[in-house]
Design a protein. Structure first.
Length: 105
């Protein structure tokens, strides 16, 4: 399996690739569930991290990459459980504030 850092750099720098075709799924450590974002929403990529809006996400939290809706890269991870009331509260807050799609499990 290709390291996620290499794949992200390819998407970002390879002229043959269109970043608008890609979506990234990562595990949110507070929600403890998957969050899907468009690659174009990544504002910065540094050594081991990516920035989205005001959040810094470690690359090791990325679990899936989609190209034009097709899964092209996946890292196996265990499923998490979270209090449903807290989940809905956090989901609404993030959706209202940032427009993120949350809860792909």
């Amino acid at each position: 399996m290709q390291p996620i850092k290499d794949l992200i750099n390819k998407i970002k720098w390879d002229e043959k690739e269109n970043p608008k075709d890609y979506e990234i799924v990562y595990i949110d450590r507070i929600l403890q569930q998957e969050v899907k974002i468009k690659f174009k929403n990544i504002s910065k990529i540094e050594e081991g991290f990516m920035e989205i809006d005001e959040a810094t996400i470690p690359l090791h939290r990325i679990v899936k990459v989609y190209k034009k809706g097709k899964l092209i890269w996946e890292r196996k991870v265990k499923k998490f459980k979270i209090d449903k009331k807290k989940e809905e509260e956090i989901r609404k807050k993030l959706k209202d504030k940032m427009g993120w799609v949350i809860g792909l499990q």
